[in-house]
Design a protein around this ligand. Structure first.
Ligand code: PMP
Length: 421
């Protein structure tokens, strides 16, 4: 049982200390017990803890929306706060659907996603997620979704192929799928810019998302980027897609936005989408009782101040490099480490049975889960991002420590994860 948290550490009921090497699952970007967030929450609860959005907006909700827009990717102009990642994805899928009704293309209802992806556990988000085993029990789901291959250079880039050529080839799968389904029936493509929970910080090659954007534009398909895990500075820029130089139509965020202090998420939309709805039926039916909750919004606003104004995101690239250097130093030639990858403080280790052939371990050995247990025994929390992914096996360890991690803690993290592996 966890009883306390301070900085990058969690403490259990026996007093054992654990280095939070994955922020839960890329949540605790500020670490535990951040003084600024604590005082913003205390001040807010003393003034106003709840006002239903059917009656009122609130100061912290407006301040949060304004700050998000100020720092959002190009073209993003509106914020819809919700209570978590799945709700944000659900909101994006519904808004995309409504957009096409408003603009007179009601036949556009299908979505395309990628096989290595996680988008949440509600029925719409589950339909989009790539893990077939998660969906099976709950079929039929609410949305018709088709899955293509992810951009996975470690496994899919050919030896004679440049990263750029591979990126184009991988992105072109989207075009083939849109054409197969009939462009006039496809509503949106949804993807995590850097894949988290199912693939251990799988970053795209340069040019991949630029081509994806071109393909979406050519066929009138909306681009939804799910930054629930990789957003909020985790990869070194507030939004991961900034590094890919593209403007999405819809973006979802959560985890790092609440930073573990409150449950909160948001869907962000472009002006074009907002205007089509405002100029049409005028209403988006997605209210949840707790959306834009004042206390949650005050905490998230304080989190953004720490991330942006206090320069925590600006420090992520250098700390990320230090983490990779420490991991490479210890694991770079390990017989069972196939790949060390990711961006910023969002890093993954892919374990393989054979480095030469890249053959995965026998799935029944559940290696990623065993590494998690061995790490816990050594006082390290690291996230086991593995499982059966549409028949494709993977044992991935996800590392996503708080942005306040020190060099000494980076070395401790690398030592303990190496020891656990
Ligand atoms: N999208 C992504 C990319 C995620 O990683 C997650 C959570 N792991 C979700 C959506 C769902 O978020 P939540 O668990 O807050 O509903």
């Amino acid at each position: 049982m966890a009883v306390a948290g301070e900085g990058c550490w969690l403490i259990d009921a026996e007093g054992k200390r654990y280095l939070d090497g994955s922020g839960g699952a890329a949540v605790s970007c500020l670490g535990h017990s951040d003084a600024h967030v604590r005082s913003a929450m205390t001040a807010q609860i003393e003034r106003l803890s709840f006002a239903h959005t059917g009656f009122f907006t609130s100061e912290p909700a407006e301040a949060l929306a304004a700050k998000l827009i100020e720092n959002a990717p190009e073209g993003i102009a509106r914020v819809y706060p919700v209570s978590g990642g799945s709700e944000a994805v659900e909101a994006a899928l519904k808004l995309a659907r409504q957009y096409f009704l408003e603009v007179g293309e009601p036949q556009r209802s299908k979505i395309i996603a990628r096989r290595q992806s996680y988008h949440g556990n509600t029925l719409g988000a589950l339909a989009a997620g790539g893990n077939a085993w998660r969906r099976e029990k709950y079929a039929p789901l609410l949305i018709e979704c088709h899955h293509i291959a992810p951009c996975y250079p470690y496994r899919d880039q050919r030896p004679d192929e440049s990263a750029e050529d591979y990126g184009l080839r991988a992105a072109n799968e989207l075009e083939a799928e849109i054409e197969r389904l009939g462009p006039e029936t496809v509503m949106a493509f949804i993807a995590e810019p850097v894949v988290g929970a199912t693939a251990g910080a799988l970053a795209p090659v340069p040019g991949y998302f630029k081509r994806i954007r071109e393909i979406c534009d050519r066929h009138g398909v909306l681009l939804i980027l799910d930054e629930v895990m990789c957003g909020m500075g985790r990869t070194g820029t507030l939004f991961a897609c900034e590094q890919d130089g593209i403007a999405p139509d819809l973006v979802t965020i959560a985890k790092g936005l609440g930073a573990g202090y409150v449950p909160i998420g948001a869907m962000l939309a472009s002006q074009r989408i907002h205007d089509a709805i405002e100029g049409g039926s005028g209403a988006f039916q997605h209210g949840h009782t707790y959306h834009a909750h004042p206390l949650a919004a005050a905490a998230a606003h304080a989190v953004l101040q720490r991330l942006v104004d206090d320069g925590l995101v600006a420090g992520v690239p250098a700390k990320g490099e230090a983490l990779v250097a420490a991991l490479t130093d210890r694991l770079g030639s390990h017989a069972h480490v196939g790949d060390i990858r990711g961006r910023g403080l969002f890093r993954g280790i892919e374990l393989v049975a054979d480095r030469e052939t890249k053959a995965p371990f026998d799935p029944d050995r559940k290696l990623h889960v065993r590494v998690k247990a061995e790490a816990m025994a050594r006082g390290l929390i690291c996230y086991p991002a593995g499982g059966t992914i549409d028949g494709r096996r993977g044992d991935h360890i996800l590392l996503a420590p708080p942005f306040i991690i020190s060099q000494t803690e980076i070395e401790t993290l690398a030592d303990r994860v190496t020891d656990a592996i």
